[in-house]
Design a protein around this ligand. Structure first.
Ligand SMILES: N=c1c2ncn([C@@H]3O[C@H](COP(=O)(O)OP(=O)(O)OP(=O)(O)O)[C@@H](O)[C@H]3O)c2ncn1[C@@H]1O[C@H](COP(=O)(O)O)[C@@H](O)[C@H]1O
Length: 111
């Protein structure tokens, strides 16, 4: 199983635990059951940290960039779960775009 799929499964298990009033020691459960603004704030924060890390140089900068990308992906997966959206649904959306040039798609929206 891809790590991203395994992580999604763990997050789904945490959501099930939360529904049963379980998962007190889980950070994921806190994000799933706390205020939506808190989770959205974390996604925004992690996106900002990834963008900041993008200008860091060298091996250390690269490792930090990868670390921040992991944080953003994790928090994004938790937000998707909170909305009942599976990763497969997002992958389906991305697959739908295969072969559609971003520039052409933008131009078609401007018409
Ligand atoms: N991949 C992650 C993961 N990535 C990041 N984080 C947590 O996300 C938080 C990142 O926020 P910050 O760096 O801003 O830390 P912070 O300031 O302490 O966070 P806040 O107080 O603002 O919430 C940290 O607490 C990290 O530990 C993660 N927490 C959990 N997972 C995965 O989810 C699984 C289940 O975790 P639990 O639900 O906690 O059991 C784990 O085994 C991991 O596989």
């Amino acid at each position: 199983m891809r790590p991203l799929d395994a992580l999604e499964q763990t997050i789904r298990e945490r959501a099930d635990a939360a529904r049963q009033g379980d998962g007190g020691k889980s950070y994921t459960v806190k994000l799933l059951t706390g205020p939506l603004e808190k989770l959205c704030g974390k996604v925004t924060e992690e996106a900002g940290e990834l963008v900041e890390a993008a200008s860091e140089q060298g091996d250390e900068g690269r490792a930090h960039f990868v670390y921040e990308a992991g944080d953003l992906l994790y928090h994004t997966l938790v937000l998707l779960r909170r909305h009942g959206v599976d990763l497969a649904e997002v992958e389906h959306e991305l697959a739908r775009r295969f072969g559609i040039s971003g520039i052409e798609e933008k131009a078609s929206r401007a018409k």
